[in-house]
Design a protein around this ligand. Sequence first.
Ligand SMILES: Cc1cc2nc3c(=O)[nH]c(=O)nc-3n(C[C@H](O)[C@H](O)[C@H](O)COP(=O)(O)OP(=O)(O)OC[C@H]3O[C@@H](n4cnc5c(N)ncnc54)[C@H](O)[C@@H]3O)c2cc1C
Length: 422
Amino acid sequence: MHMTRSNHGEMACQAARGPARSAIVIGAGVVGLASAYALARRGLAVTVIESRAAPGCEASFANGAQLSYAYSDALASPALLRHVPAVLLGLDPAVRFKPSLDPDHLGWLLRFLRNTSASRFMANTLEALRLGLESQAALHALLERHPLDFSHAAAGKVHLHANAESLAAARQVVAAKAALGARQEVLTPAEAVQLEPALAGHGPFAGAIYTPGDEVGDPHRFCAKLAALLAADYGTVLRLGTTVQDLGEERGEAWVRTSTGERIAADQIVICAGIGAAGLARRFGLRGVLMPIKGYSFTAPAGPAELRVSVTDVARKIVLCRLGDKVRVAGLAEIGARSAAVDPAALERLRQGAQASLPGVADYDRIGPGWAGIRPMTANCLPRIERVSARCAVNIGHGMLGWTHAMGSAERLAKVIMEKVA
Ligand SMILES: Cc1cc2nc3c(=O)[nH]c(=O)nc-3n(C[C@H](O)[C@H](O)[C@H](O)COP(=O)(O)OP(=O)(O)OC[C@H]3O[C@@H](n4cnc5c(N)ncnc54)[C@H](O)[C@@H]3O)c2cc1C
């Protein structure tokens, strides 16, 4: 029988009586490990199940490293809508589209396009800001308890706007965010260069938005350190190299079946499987919720112009930041991507774009092999953090901002799991 989401809601009310004592978290990326921490800290016995041999090896591996708490602007925006013809013709250097006749893919695209209206863009951006500010508080609370080393720095962030129209639109968003407590400043080009002298190497631009509170950190190192902390201090069991093939619930417990046929049971399951969640969550009625959006990064030796703050070149959709003694550069969005393999031509586009934007900040002749990852994106660019059945919840769809939102999403998820259903 096909189970609707309201069926599941009723089952939730009937079956989940009393607080959970144990949980299985599927996925050891930033979202899964943050979720495991939020649950373990509340006293649950947590088992994390991860396909890969180590934590943080998929989308959380070498992303842009930005903790963009206040720069929360949704990808679905009026500005992107204006670029749709160029995207469809393959002429946009930053955003590409892989068409598909899959009804789930088409349904997602229609919902995404509806979210590009000015009012939805603003609502989605402000909701992401709320989650960002919660995430900042949650990460800082974690670091006060456990000072993890992951090249974390409060670098601040500058968004460069090439033309007056783009800057004027950004100014409106700054004003709306200020009402929610975000601190951002609009800078002239001269003020921006004074703040970050490396911007002197950039061509003419109209102005910049400065967000002093935004941070950076290495997500892969964070995953490794948090996984080790969970195992050592919280008794969390990490099952690496183990793939969940099936999951369900019966007779008062939730269970997963692994690819080797092992059955593991707990009071609750949380799906945090990045783009892998698309298949796992389908049985709960969540179809076509996630679109794979591929992006690229490279990590190069620092160049002669020292980068002090993170920089986003808005027109080129490229982020550059100092990460330890290296420079991390990330960008590109391939909507509907089918694999995470590195396409050398796309990596070269990213390299050339970054070099044209800020020529002196990295040694662009030594970018290494580069990396590509898949952002699991919802149509409104906001994650889904909710119960989908009596004993299963999801924390999925973090798209462009999963590193930023991991800790706050985990706190929201823990509230969902700890709610005693009457
Ligand atoms: C190029 C690029 C740049 C980015 N830059 C930024 C940035 O600067 N700031 C920011 O906030 N965000 C950024 N992001 C987005 C961010 O990286 C993602 O949103 C985030 O990593 C998603 O985390 P996750 O834990 O949900 O997914 P993942 O990190 O993909 O983790 C999911 C895990 O689940 C495991 N898994 C999947 N299926 C199964 C299964 N059946 N059984 C067991 N395990 C399973 C996978 O192996 C994986 O380890 C960027 C992404 C990309 C690609």
